[in-house]
Design a protein around this ligand. Structure first.
Ligand SMILES: CC(C)(COP(=O)(O)OP(=O)(O)OC[C@H]1O[C@@H](n2cnc3c(N)ncnc32)[C@H](O)[C@@H]1OP(=O)(O)O)[C@@H](O)C(=O)NCCC(=O)NCCS
Length: 154
């Protein structure tokens, strides 16, 4: 069912296209670590963006936050949680936000949130994915490295 949109463009948007229409979502008020537009070549056979495309960019986004925090090389050691909340489509502007939520002696746990901005003529924002990943700081030889003390997060 098409329901009237309240942004004054005269276009309608369905609840299926934007299930959050009654509760508009806004982008976080800070810089994303990554912002990309997926192309038709990133689609699966059903026309949605392939989950692996999103997962690989979540890993890159989390890795950027981890490497900034560790001040050097890191490797992904675990994907602790990963939830696809809504599909992504070709042409969506997809923003990846990453926050360090925990550190250990060598490890950094990062929460990544992904938002899609759709329909530029009648914009809506949807949170599409949430994930938590753990990275380990590495030395130049690929061995574990203790995090700099001043970067510890409780
Ligand atoms: C990363 C690596 C060097 C860690 O070596 P390891 O001897 O297994 O390390 P440990 O078991 O001591 O774990 C290191 C840290 O990671 C944490 N960790 C390990 N496995 C984890 C898991 N499944 N979930 C959460 N944290 C984990 C540990 O708790 C530890 O944290 P701390 O030092 O802050 O207490 C090694 O596992 C490795 O090389 N893995 C491959 C990495 C890779 O190729 N990633 C994909 C491409 S980037």
């Amino acid at each position: 069912m098409k329901i009237p949109d309240n942004r004054g463009t005269g276009n309608n948007i369905s609840k299926k296209e934007n299930p959050m229409i009654d509760h508009p979502v806004r982008l976080p008020d800070r810089q994303p670590v990554l912002r990309l537009v997926p192309m038709p070549r990133n689609e699966n056979m059903f026309g949605d963006i392939f989950g692996g495309w999103i997962m690989s960019h979540v890993d890159v986004a989390g890795g950027i936050a981890a490497m900034r925090h560790a001040r050097g090389r890191c490797a992904t050691v675990a994907v602790n949680a990963f939830q696809f909340r809504q599909p992504v489509s070709s042409g969506d502007v997809v923003s990846f936000y990453a926050d360090v939520i925990k550190t250990g002696r060598t490890s950094i746990t990062v929460a990544v949130e992904v938002y899609a901005e759709r329909h530029p003529q009648n914009p809506v924002t949807v949170k599409v994915t949430e994930a938590t990943l753990t990275y380990v700081a590495l030395d130049s030889g690929g061995g574990k490295r203790g995090l700099p003390e001043e970067t510890q997060v409780e």
